[in-house]
Design a protein around this ligand. Structure first.
Ligand SMILES: Cc1cc2nc3c(=O)[nH]c(=O)nc-3n(C[C@H](O)[C@H](O)[C@H](O)COP(=O)(O)O)c2cc1C
Length: 312
């Protein structure tokens, strides 16, 4: 395969300018190791900054060089998780969704590269001032959570200009070599790809979710709070009330199973919050139909009310 050398490949000493996005619940140690072995850099998703997840997934990566990603507001609630990660001397630590400043000193002192994922130009400038080695510009086209205002196409060149000479990586809506070429044309030094990797053999998603993802097309993308509500905790309001983009068959598969697994107490709390749940993040009828499908599989999706939690 021809090699594309950029500031990113040089800085991280990798062969291809491709990062595995640190997706909580999908990017575990095996997937991260597979991406590194293929010449990119695999990033483990630590989810809610869980020390247990970090230890377990680092173990799965074995001796392969990988990085670790944190949701910054979750790390603020559990800062000790950063020590667990740094003890393993990861290739890089990524901070996303919150102010990186409180953590960059410790990461730098441990000799790790700091990657900050940002959703706005203002955040990009903050990340640069906080000492980021690499900045990921995440457009609202991204899978998972993202910002509300900027698409990938407009955000990336603006960030490139604002933070030069810090290398910028593109995230959001990239799934093949054409996307990588476009990212480079926008001035980025590489890409961080998430959704494209979720159905990989090594991904932590179970087979039903992978099949649901593979059966879906891009037109079936949903922006939904369903994951946050059934799994908790809710995301801070600035991240569009937990808006999360994913193929709708995956939403149905995850939520249906989660609803079965969560405790009766949690079901009751969800039931109490049903007006907020039914309030749309993007468009109303879709939201209602997701919940109807999950909770009322035997009824028509036009029914806007949630059923009472069952006793089981
Ligand atoms: C299932 C899923 C989970 C994600 N979880 C996280 C996460 O825990 N932390 C994070 O920083 N980004 C997370 N992201 C966002 C990615 O970092 C990245 O911005 C996004 O996947 C890029 O867009 P793409 O999915 O179109 O490639 C997640 C994305 C997906 C699809």
């Amino acid at each position: 395969m021809p090699r594309i050398e950029t500031a990113l490949t040089r800085l991280l000493a990798i062969e291809h300018p491709i990062l595995l996005a640190p997706m909580g619940s999908a990017a575990g140690g095996k997937l991260a190791a597979a991406v590194t072995t293929a010449g990119g850099l695999g990033m483990i998703g630590s989810g809610q900054a869980s020390a247990t997840t970090i230890r377990q997934e680092l173990g799965e990566a074995g001796n392969i060089r990988v990085g670790i990603g944190f949701i910054t507001w979750a790390l603020e609630r559990n800062p000790a998780a950063l020590d667990v990660a740094l003890d393993a001397r990861p290739a890089a630590v990524m901070l996303s969704f919150g102010d990186p400043t409180p953590f960059t000193g410790r990461i730098k002192a441990a000799g790790c590269k700091i990657i900050c994922q940002v959703q706005t130009l203002a955040q990009a400038r903050e990340a640069a001032a906080a000492g980021a080695d690499i900045i990921i510009a995440q457009g609202r086209d991204a899978g998972g959570h993202s910002g509300t205002t900027r698409g990938t196409m407009g955000l990336v060149p603006a960030v490139v200009d604002a933070v030069a000479p810090i290398p910028v990586v593109t995230a959001g809506g990239i799934a093949d070599g054409r996307g990588l070429a476009a990212a480079l044309a926008l001035g980025a030094a590489g890409i961080s790809m998430g959704t494209r990797f979720t159905a990989a053999r090594e991904s932590l998603w179970d087979q039903a979710m992978k099949e649901a993802a593979l059966s879906a097309g891009g037109d079936q993308t949903q922006q939904t709070r369903v994951f946050d509500i059934v799994r908790g905790p809710l995301w801070p309001e600035i991240y569009p009330a937990g808006r999360c983009a994913t193929p709708s068959p995956v939403v149905g598969t995850v939520a249906k199973r989660s609803w079965r697994l969560i405790s009766r107490r949690r079901r009751k709390s969800i039931w109490r919050r049903r007006p907020m749940i039914l309030q749309p993040a993007s468009s109303g009828p879709e939201r209602v139909s997701i919940w109807s499908r999950i909770l009322l599989p035997h009824r028509r999706s036009s029914n806007a009310s949630l059923p009472r939690p069952s006793r089981r």
